[in-house]
Design a binder for this molecule. Structure first.
Ligand code: UD1
Ligand code: CA
Length: 456
């Protein structure tokens, strides 16, 4: 097989998005519209990927700075044929070219592969049947079913407008022919544009076979022109991810109410309740249960762990059989060992918590190393920040921190130490002792009255 060049057309303005952001940089799932197309292109192992850009040029280029892409500027948009002409200096004479559209994010790599397989000696077009074909180029076939031309809607006769088979814009062909056809395009048509689709009639003239592969997956060839299109495609994308999870045996309470913006890998018998959002790389072990309304990003959650509702997890690793939430917030750098419990309104940041330890209520634990079987009482705060620098708190195995304590870092609470409730601890606390630091006496003032509101 010859080498493959892929040309992605992405110079269109995207006016109907009503956005300052270039159309192709709007996001579906975890990546931009153009990112999806580039990912599909890369999966076909091409020799070159050429992106024809125009509007929002530099921003688009910057978004893919790490990719091996040839960027071609189409300063003025004179049609799809004109767009491909801009890529000519980069097309290799002995290669084949696949044309993709930069605004079609759900493009199916297998369908592309099928076109490419035919492109060695044919012009292969991807088409589909559209109930309302208005606006699309019609696939014209002769009475033997052979494709003879694509006629754009604005140039089509009344009879041609009845044709429901339309052009997706995606096609593949040998460059020897493409280069010659591109040089022959004219703009003598209703829109005064250089139509790429005119190469079909030129192929017929050159006695090069034209095949149209009809896809039944309309979403995979649907372009995005508006926020309505974007929202619809997002739902389709999400429902396809949900279907895959269901097929793998994951229990989704409602497949219409899960959003995966990245990769979610699940073990056996995982259950996910409604309205959960998964971002980045998330891995859930066997029997993990995620309750409703959790947002989980870049996390590894080991077998048997349960996450209660409204929990927010970011860049965190959790061991087996842990109990997290409801309303817990686990921030980056946090590692929880097996059998840990993190309860409501607890925030952890860059905290390493060892086996069996508990932080059950209303606490902030940041930049801390917590040993095994530690109990941290309600309202405990690690004071990790002096306004300029951050310091660590170390709490050794079996320590007990009484409620409403402040541990002013850097500080170490020794193994088996107990901190009395309401203490502000500023120096290391020795192992196995009770340490406290609070007002000596408890006073009561007899006859004291609460202040009264002054009447005006
Ligand atoms: C084109 C096809 C039509 C097909 C339809 C599918 C032509 C002449 N027509 O229609 O047969 O049914 O797509 O959606 O090819 N672009 C550029 N530079 C340009 C013009 C377009 O890069 O000068 C890019 C756009 O960004 C877009 C793609 O090409 O990604 C298609 O352009 P669009 O204007 O949507 O296509 P149509 O001409 O409407
Ligand atoms: Ca269009």
């Amino acid at each position: 097989m010859s080498q493959l060049n892929i040309v992605i057309l992405a110079a269109g303005k995207g006016t109907r998005m009503h956005s300052n952001k270039p159309k192709v940089l709007h996001v579906v799932g975890a990546q931009s519209i153009l990112g999806h197309v580039i990912a599909c292109a890369k999966s076909l192992n091409p020799h070159k990927i050429i992106v024809v850009y125009g509007f929002g040029g530099e921003t688009v280029k910057q978004a893919f700075a790490h990719e091996d892409i040839i960027w071609v500027n189409q300063a003025e948009q004179h049609g799809t044929g004109h767009a491909v002409q801009q890529a000519v200096p980069h097309l290799e004479a002995d290669a084949d070219t696949l044309i993709l559209l930069g605004d079609v994010p759900l493009i199916d790599a297998q369908a592309c592969q099928k076109l490419v397989a035919q492109a060695e000696n044919k012009l292969a077009i991807l088409s589909f049947n559209k109930a309302d074909p208005t606006g699309y180029g019609r696939i014209v076939r002769d009475n033997t079913g052979k494709v003879t031309a694509i006629v754009e809607h604005k140039d089509a006769s009344a009879a041609q407008r009845e044709i429901r088979e339309v052009n997706t814009g995606i096609m593949a062909m040998p460059n020897v022919h493409l280069l010659s056809w591109l040089s022959k395009l004219t703009n003598h048509n209703a829109q005064g544009e250089y139509y790429l689709t005119d190469i079909v009639a030129l192929a017929v003239q050159d006695k090069v076979d034209v095949v149209a592969e009809i896809t039944s997956d309309e979403w995979s060839v649907t372009g995005i022109n508006s926020k309505t299109d974007l929202a619809q495609i997002e739902r389709v994308h999400q429902s396809r991810i949900a279907d895959k999870l269901l097929q793998q045996g994951v229990t989704l309470k409602d497949p219409a109410r899960i959003d995966v913006r990245g990769n979610l890998s699940c073990g056996r018998d995982v259950e996910i309740d409604v309205n959960c959002v998964f971002e980045g790389q998330v891995s859930l072990g066997d029997n993990v249960r995620i309750a409703a309304n959790c947002v989980i990003k870049n996390a590894v959650i080991a077998a048997g762990t349960q996450i209660a509702p409204f929990t927010h997890i970011d860049d965190t690793q959790i061991g087996e059989n842990a109990r997290i939430g409801p309303f817990a917030r686990l921030r980056p750098g946090t590692t929880l060992a097996a059998d840990t419990h993190i309860g409501n309104f607890v925030e952890l940041k860059n905290a390493q918590v060892d086996i069996g330890s508990k932080v059950n209520h209303l606490s902030y634990v940041g930049d801390a190393t917590i040993g095994k079987n530690v109990n941290i009482g309600a309202g405990t705060i690690t004071c990790n920040y002096d306004g300029a620098n951050k310091f660590r708190t170390v709490i050794e195995d079996d320590a007990f921190i009484g409620s409403d304590s402040q541990l002013v870092a850097p500080i170490t609470i020794g193994r088996g130490a107990t901190i009395a409730a309401g203490s502000t601890i500023t120096r290391d606390a020795p192992a196995d002792q009770l340490t406290f630091c609070r007002a000596k006496e408890q006073k009561s003032i007899a006859g004291w009255k609460r202040p009264q509101k002054i009447k005006k």
